[in-house]
Design a protein around this ligand. Structure first.
Ligand code: MSP
Length: 639
């Protein structure tokens, strides 16, 4: 028996909850996993969390909890989200799992024995945010970008991996690959070129242990050292492989490509193991042109988008992102895409087709008539071409190039309906065969579309499948064996809209995450009048303090009120704020706020609130909490 198709995502750091960037990678992996199952393959799909290292140690220290406790908390966020999104991974691996620790320690020992790992003293510049030593060139780049503050000087005794010894073997491997028909060992090709240039620039040995931190897997026999997070993290793919080695496809973001396309294959060469077959590096979801980041407060969380349905989010991710490139996210663009392609597009075509079959043929699906005219045959041909193109691009993991042409084809069918005017044909008994041909073609096209898009939109595809009158699970179909002449059910199923049109204006005004508001949606400002002049002493009576929200929950029976525990540095307060329409409780926890600290307490829905948060507000009365930089500590006076 052939080995399973082995697919991995990066394992996510546990210093933050998942945002749409992490969600995107896992969705892409899940779509590919489902697609391969529908190709009749056995699939092993691995995802999980990367829990050791300085970032997590620091994030936990900032919260005053143990790293493992922080990891457990964040892991619960991930597993809960993946479960709600119906992800089909076979294992959720944590680098704190016992079997993983054993893998890392045993390989460390073996490579020490072969001389691929050796101990020496290292002195150099270290990037805290990347958890990696940087070369002089990289340090200069960071300085040029104004990021020099992330660098610290380190001197330590460390274990090295003999990366320099693998430069030639890596280059030979890449070059050999580029001469093959399947040129992209790294997809897309321009990312492969980046890797090549990096390796051609020369490789230095890689420090793979740390003495500066304790949160990690101890180096066997030398417990002053813990294993460097990346050596630890990359080996998760070995721990989680079971019988599926080597990986057929490893998904990574462009930022971690170097680790996967250079260090990782070098480790595997040293281990004498087979290399992964393909590394796919995707780009980033940006906010405007900026990176999403917690400190910029522009992070979009998946739950903000999941309100429109899991299938809708999955579709948007795959349709809008050109694999390998970055893409600016906007809430408006998101809704436009869903309205155009799911409410109109597929949804409209399905409801038109099914209701015509209902109305003109009493729900009976017409068989393929012997005579079809040129127009109909043309659309049959276009359909075959779009389906073939879909399969070809999906096999290469380029779902955007699969979905685009398929949706063009569906749009063409709208034109076909307009051209054929079934409502006119239906009035003329002599045109019965022509009408049958139209209805049959539309039904067939939708049936095959349901199969093709099932990996992307499992729920909606199944819904469509059932409405078309098909029985069983669409996911049990072979996606590469869809044919025109299938044995058809007699009747269609009950009809329902596939996707409700989104009321964009309403959504924009109710937008929960202020960060997700596109820059172009400027509220018409109706500026309130300036209040009477006061002197400084009057102002100074207001005691404004920096606070940090520790806990937040909605006040039952109120959509506006949120009850918070706020750390003011000198004491903890309960504060009830009317910000529930603009903020979710989980977005508040950890956030710094400005508190009117000497405001007399008052009761709101039975809860005593001691203090008030400062917020700007727009015409609709939506609050925008005043932002405070992370460096300002709870208790600082604001004046
Ligand atoms: N722990 C490492 C990976 C170790 S794999 C052996 C790591 N974790 S991460 O949580 O920071 O990032 C995980 C993945 O999320 C990366 O592939 C990264 O590219 C991806 N994304 C993070 N932000 C993203 C966007 N804004 N958009 C798309 N993906 C992004 O790196």
């Amino acid at each position: 028996m052939s080995k399973p198709f082995y697919l991995t995502t990066p394992i996510y750091y546990v210093n933050d909850r998942p945002h749409i960037g992490h969600t995107y990678t896992t969705v892409l992996a899940d779509v590919i996993a489902r697609f391969h199952r529908m190709l009749g393959e056995d699939v092993r799909f691995l995802t999980g969390t990367d829990e050791h290292g300085q970032k997590v140690e620091k994030a936990a220290a900032a919260r005053g909890i143990a790293p493992k406790a922080l990891a457990d908390e964040v892991v619960a966020n991930y597993t809960d989200l993946w479960q709600r999104m119906g992800m089909t991974h076979d294992r959720f691996i944590r680098t704190t799992d016992a079997d993983h620790r054993a893998t890392v320690q045993s390989w460390f020992e073996k490579l020490l024995a072969t001389g691929d790992i050796y101990k020496a003293t290292y002195k150099g510049l270290y990037s805290v945010s990347d958890e990696a030593y940087v070369t002089e060139t990289q340090a200069k780049e960071l300085q040029a970008q104004g990021l020099a503050h992330q660098l610290i000087e380190l001197e330590e005794e460390t274990y090295f991996f003999r990366l320099s010894a693998y430069q030639d073997r890596l280059l030979a491997f890449y070059k050999e690959f580029r001469e093959q028909e399947r040129r992209e060992w790294v997809q897309p090709e321009f990312r492969f070129n980046e890797v090549l240039r990096f390796v051609e620039g020369g490789l230095q040995d890689l420090s793979i242990s740390r003495t500066s931190i304790t949160w990690g897997i101890p180096v066997p026999g030398d417990t002053k050292h813990v294993v460097y997070v990346w050596f630890d993290a990359l080996l998760n793919y070995l721990t989680g492989a079971e019988t599926a080695w080597p990986p057929d496809l490893q998904l990574v973001g462009k930022d971690i490509l170097r680790f996967h396309a250079v260090y990782w294959p070098a480790f595997l060469m040293a281990m004498g193991l087979e290399l992964p077959k393909t590394i796919l590096a995707h780009g980033w979801w940006l906010m405007g042109e900026d990176k999403m980041s917690k400190s910029k407060g522009n992070v979009v969380r998946p739950d903000t988008l999941l309100r429109f349905g899991n299938d809708a989010l999955r579709f948007f991710f795959l349709r809008d992102m050109q694999v390998g490139h970055d893409r600016g996210f906007s809430f408006e663009g998101f809704m436009d895409r869903l309205n155009a392609d799911l409410a109109n597009g597929l949804g409209n075509l399905a409801s038109r087709t099914l209701s015509m079959i209902q109305r003109y043929r009493d729900g009976r699906i017409p068989a393929l008539p012997a005579h079809r005219d040129g127009v109909t045959r043309t659309h049959e041909g276009l359909g075959r071409a779009a389906f073939d193109q879909y399969l070809e691009n999906a096999r290469r993991n380029y779902f955007n190039y699969a979905l685009g042409p398929l949706w063009d084809y569906l749009r063409g069918l709208d034109g076909y309906i307009v051209e054929k005017q079934p409502w006119v044909l239906a009035k003329d008994p002599a045109k019965a065969e022509e009408l049958d041909a139209v209805l049959h073609l539309l039904w067939q096209a939708l049936r095959m579309t349901a199969v093709l898009v099932a990996p992307v939109m499992p729920g909606m595809a199944q819904e469509l499948w059932t409405q078309l009158g098909m029985t069983g699970l669409v996911a049990d179909q072979r996606v590469d064996q869809i044919t025109w002449d299938v044995s058809m059910p007699e009747r269609i199923g009950p009809i329902q809209p596939l996707f409700q049109r989104i009321d964009k204006e309403k959504e924009m005004s109710e937008l929960e995450t202020s960060a997700a508001a596109p820059a172009e949606a400027k509220p018409a400002l109706d500026v309130p009048e300036l209040r009477e002049t006061i002197d400084y002493d009057t102002f100074a009576k207001t005691d404004l303090r920096v606070g940090k929200v520790l806990e937040a929950e909605r006040v039952p029976k109120s959509d506006k009120l949120i009850k918070m525990r706020v750390d003011l540095g000198f004491e903890l307060r309960t504060i009830v704020g009317g910000i529930g329409k603009a903020y979710a409780p989980e977005d508040l926890v950890g956030r710094r706020v400005v508190v009117v600290a000497n405001l007399a307490p008052r009761k709101l829905m039975g809860i005593e609130s001691h203090g008030m948060l400062l917020a700007a507000s727009d015409n609709a009365g939506l609050p925008y909490l005043v932002a405070v930089p992370e460096e300002a500590h709870p208790g600082f006076l604001v004046k």
